[in-house]
Design a protein around this ligand. Structure first.
Ligand SMILES: [Zn+2]
Length: 336
């Protein structure tokens, strides 16, 4: 590839030469050599493209995509369907997604019904056998994850609950470790030639994550057992990992909008539990949180589960976790 690049650079440089210079240079090559070296270049280019074609991976959400990027590095090409500021339960499914899925070598989805409302018809429309259930290109992020809140029965009156358990498992860095291990294994299966790179990328990511984990635990340790109010029940894994209590929600039930009566009961409970931090994802109604905050002297903290969902988290999974831990530690430290 490097040689090809050098060749084309040389060609470009030649074009910048003055006309007499170029004529002088061209005279050194017979038309036969010129024609054939051009054909050789094209043939080489074809070989290079076939051998080194990047693995074309579609990810449903940006959190999964950032982990796939960490493992895949420059050997994979990622398309992410949901935007970081979009509610992952209700993604605006565009027809272009079907084309992307049709051309993909692999799809990584949550695997716990987070995308159940929008992904299945797209997959059917894509007609891509590489992404069929059981195919190596169909990757479920929750494989090997200890799911929380698995319902004993599927009672829809309980709101938007999922048979596989709470699908917001990625904000626990220990789960990110399990997923990246699984992704490295899956990428190796799909692209054996680059397996060593995937394993090396994985090792580097895990080392960085482990070091950060020590920092994050230390930062949140002083707030062990403290209550935080969330808009939607998507922080159970994060709370469990960092010893926080996030079980009071502005939504009366998952996916059901807040009602005045429910908010009144949340305000009462917040005062009793001395909860003074409310977290809100970018796609939820911040005004509702602000109203509750005014009545409880609480602080509203903008959070996201997707890298890029709030400013300063664009760098990927570790940047997102850094932001979450820093902003929560700061808000919790404000004594009310
Ligand atoms: Zn949810």
């Amino acid at each position: 590839m490097k040689t090809l690049l050098n060749l084309s650079l040389k060609f470009m440089n030649d074009k910048n030469m003055t006309k007499p210079e170029a004529r002088l240079k061209l005279r050194h090559y017979s038309p036969f050599v010129m024609r054939h070296s051009m054909a050789l270049m094209l043939a080489l280019l074809a070989v290079v493209t076939t051998v080194h074609a990047k693995l074309n991976v579609v990810c449903t959400t940006p959190d999964i995509a950032s982990l796939a990027q960490a493992v895949g590095g420059d050997k994979i090409e990622i398309t992410t369907l949901a935007r970081p500021t979009e509610d992952p339960h209700f993604v605006d499914a565009k027809p272009s997604f079907i084309v992307k899925l049709n051309r993909a070598d692999a799809l990584i989805e949550g695997g716990a019904e987070l995308e159940i409302g929008w992904l299945p018809p797209l997959l059917t429309g894509a007609r891509n056998s590489k992404l069929a259930s059981g195919a190596p290109g169909y990757i479920l992020a929750n494989e090997g994850i200890q799911m929380l809140e698995v319902p004993k029965s599927l009672d829809r009156s309980e709101g938007d609950i999922h048979a596989a358990g709470n699908p917001h498992f990625l904000v626990d860095p220990e789960n990110a470790k399990i997923i990246t291990h699984h992704l490295a294994e899956a990428f190796c299966k799909l692209d054996t030639a680059n397996c060593a790179t995937y394993q090396a990328n994985l090792k580097k990511f895990l080392e960085e994550l482990d070091a950060k984990m020590v920092e994050w635990q230390k930062q949140l340790a002083p707030f062990n057992g403290e209550a935080i109010v969330a808009y939607h029940n998507s922080w159970v894994y994060f709370a469990k990992r960092f010893g926080l209590k996030i079980d009071l929600f502005l939504e009366p039930k998952p996916g059901i909008p807040p009602s005045p009566a429910h908010l009144a009961s949340v305000i009462t409970k917040m005062k009793a539990e001395k909860a003074h931090v409310i977290i809100v994802d970018p796609y939820l109604n911040r005004r509702t949180a602000e109203t509750v905050a005014r009545n409880t002297d609480a602080t509203v903290v903008d959070v996201a589960q997707m890298p890029g969902g709030v400013k300063g988290t664009e760098g990927g999974y570790i940047a997102l976790m850094d932001y979450l831990v820093n902003s929560l530690a700061k808000a919790l430290a404000e004594k009310k």
